[in-house]
Write a protein that binds this ligand. Structure first.
Ligand SMILES: Nc1nc2c(ncn2[C@@H]2O[C@H](COP(=O)(O)O)[C@@H](O)[C@H]2O)c(=O)[nH]1
Ligand code: MN
Ligand code: MN
Length: 241
């Protein structure tokens, strides 16, 4: 464990010389009291069906929270956020929610929405990327592992925190039928980039924290496979720089 990084469920009060990052993923329109902190990191799947109403509810909930920065990426459920592929994605749905995806994305304009892009919070750089392996045609899904690798190749060397919807393969990515469903190319990329922390979700049952070779991995899923919010958010504290 990196001695500089304190990971907890948020019940330990943070010391005055630290910044608290609160990690949540896969909240799927279930709202509960997000623990206090300085920076919220949401790793995607904030909706269940990807409707404009759900996005509005999420935005309204975020407005009631006190984080200095609210950093969000989308997941495969958050369909309007994949605006370029939106028509294609909803074509495959039985009850499609038609909307202007660009207008829906603007509902999060007051927050830090990342899509293969970065943000600097209190001197810590955060790279956010929404892509996952295509299991069905959802938002930001890619079948071809080489094309998925092109997304990970954009993660800059030296970034402090990687926020992705996909887990890396082999770490906190085991499904209920005992298969590791994370992306192997993401795992290799993270080992090469060596961020301090990699925060992700998507494989709900992989919820937890592991430190491997000095990198802290956090699967911050709060829902279980039945989309019930049973897991606690995970927080980590980094020194003020
Ligand atoms: N067999 C696979 N199961 C998958 C895959 N991706 C996700 N899942 C399972 O679904 C739940 C929920 O994921 P969500 O994106 O729909 O919220 C997850 O916990 C897994 O159990 C996959 O690629 N293959
Ligand atoms: Mn999910
Ligand atoms: Mn997902």
């Amino acid at each position: 464990m990196d001695s500089q990084i304190l990971v907890s469920d948020g019940r330990i009060p943070k010391s005055p010389n630290t910044i608290r990052f609160v990690c949540i993923s896969d909240s799927h329109s279930r709202f509960f009291n997000f623990p206090p902190g300085d920076v919220l990191l949401h790793a995607g799947d904030f909706t269940k069906k990807g409707t404009p109403d759900e996005v509005l509810q999420f935005a309204n909930y975020l407005k009631t929270t006190n984080y200095q920065y609210k950093v969000i990426i989308a997941g495969n459920h958050d369909t309007p956020f994949d605006a370029k592929n939106f028509d294609e994605i909803i074509k495959k749905k039985r009850n499609p929610h038609r909307c202007d995806p660009y207008a829906v994305k603007r509902l999060l304009k007051d927050f830090i929405y990342l899509e293969d892009s970065f943000f600097n919070a209190f001197g810590y750089t955060i790279w956010g990327t929404p892509w996952t392996n295509q299991h069905y045609k959802g938002a930001f899904t890619i079948k071809d592992i080489n094309k998925l690798g092109e997304k990970w190749a954009q993660i800059p060397l030296g970034v402090d925190i990687v926020l992705s919807h996909s887990p890396p393969n082999g770490i906190l990515d085991r499904s209920k039928d005992n298969r590791c469903l994370g992306c192997p190319v993401l795992a290799e990329t993270i080992k090469m980039i060596r961020p301090k922390v990699h925060v992700f979700g998507h494989i709900h049952e992989g919820h937890g924290v592991r430190t491997v070779d000095g990198i802290t991995y956090i699967n911050a899923s709060v829902c279980n496979n039945r989309y019930q919010p049973i897991y606690t958010p995970i927080v980590f504290d980094l020194p003020i720089i």
